[in-house]
Design a protein around this ligand. Sequence first.
Ligand SMILES: Nc1nc2c(ncn2[C@@H]2O[C@H](COP(=O)(O)OP(=O)(O)OP(=O)(O)O)[C@@H](O)[C@H]2O)c(=O)[nH]1
Length: 412
Amino acid sequence: MDTKSIIAVVAVVVLILVVAGIWFFLSRRRESGLQRTQEAEDQEGSSSREGRGQGPSGREPLQGQTEGGAGAQGPSARSGSAGEGAAQPARPPQSASAVVTPATPASRLTRLRARLAKSPNPFGKALFSILTKDHLDESDWEDVEDTLLMADVGAEASGQLVDDLRSDARVTGEKDPAAVKAMLREKLIALVDPSMDRSLAADRQGAAKPSVIIMVGVNGTGKTTTAGKLARLFVGAGKSVIMAAADTFRAAAADQLETWGSKVGVPVVRSDREGADPASVAFEASRKAQECGADILIVDTAGRLQNKANLMDQLGKIRRVVEKNLPVDEVLLVLDATTGQNGMTQARVFAEAIGITGIVLTKLDGSAKGGIVISVQRELGVPVKLVGVGEGPDDLSPFNPESFVDGILGEG
Ligand SMILES: Nc1nc2c(ncn2[C@@H]2O[C@H](COP(=O)(O)OP(=O)(O)OP(=O)(O)O)[C@@H](O)[C@H]2O)c(=O)[nH]1
């Protein structure tokens, strides 16, 4: 090959290399651009989901969200594993700026009425439509009683209300729907019993500090969710709160509580060991709460135990060890309103096991069985203090008989 041919071949090879180099460079740039766009979209998606107020939902951990708030005043030290109990103190919330201001009690009551009015077939509405008929015959009265029983008002209270209605001239005489509604409202409020003290011990004047609340109830009723929502209520009222993950039966339960803690800006004492002694976590938390002068300690417990004796032992032990440091002034039984009479059986077991001072009725948003408020209070002699009306952080409302009855009569 002569020199000219060699130069031509070399030139072609160099040209090919240059073109390939440019092509490679451009394609890398396009790829990294696409990746950045995807990341930006992901980030935007997750912050807009948060912006729409989707709270921690059940078992979905919301890792990596911005967190923090009032609880940052509380304990933040993290000690090592504590021997048998292996309680891992308080993972502190991260930043104080991201916790959204919680809804006020008044707006929670408005939400309660609206949610109840929108729930499927509130029994108050059904009663009203029967009672405003022109002539009520025996089958209508049977319908009234069936409506009450299906709403879990309970046999005794249903019988009493039917007798009452049958002797009320506003129902049996000339009918004015407004008068019938007013009468129904009045009788339902009386059944719900407005005279019961529904305040939380922690909110009363001269409350112990730290004030201890133990959450009990069967698994899945909403204990952990309610603990988080309740912490948020207290934080909104300017109180410092600590939570204890004494549900060590399921490792994810502690993660779930920690997620709530981050969301509402409250530190959580937990153990990283599944099956650790829950009483030891509760003890460690009560010591921490005392040490740092927190206003309130909320202890979340397990509801899934092999048998009743086991449950009694565990709850009794949690209570006893906490009481070595602090008096327990509130035990809240969390009941799922959609479980009806099963819920009542559970309620009796827990009342016997640990003694309860109040009831939190959850999932009232998805239930036509609001009558359980009446039957559970009669059965246990303790008031419904709070109700859950959704999965969001502000979907917990103080229980108010008037708002409840207005909700089930459809006045949202
Ligand atoms: N619709 C509705 N859902 C709720 C309410 N309260 C709790 N939930 C949901 O109920 C499910 C169970 O709640 P958890 O808080 O995990 O129940 P738990 O009693 O702690 O359950 P364990 O940890 O298994 O003992 C979750 O998906 C919650 O979001 C409520 O008031 N309304």
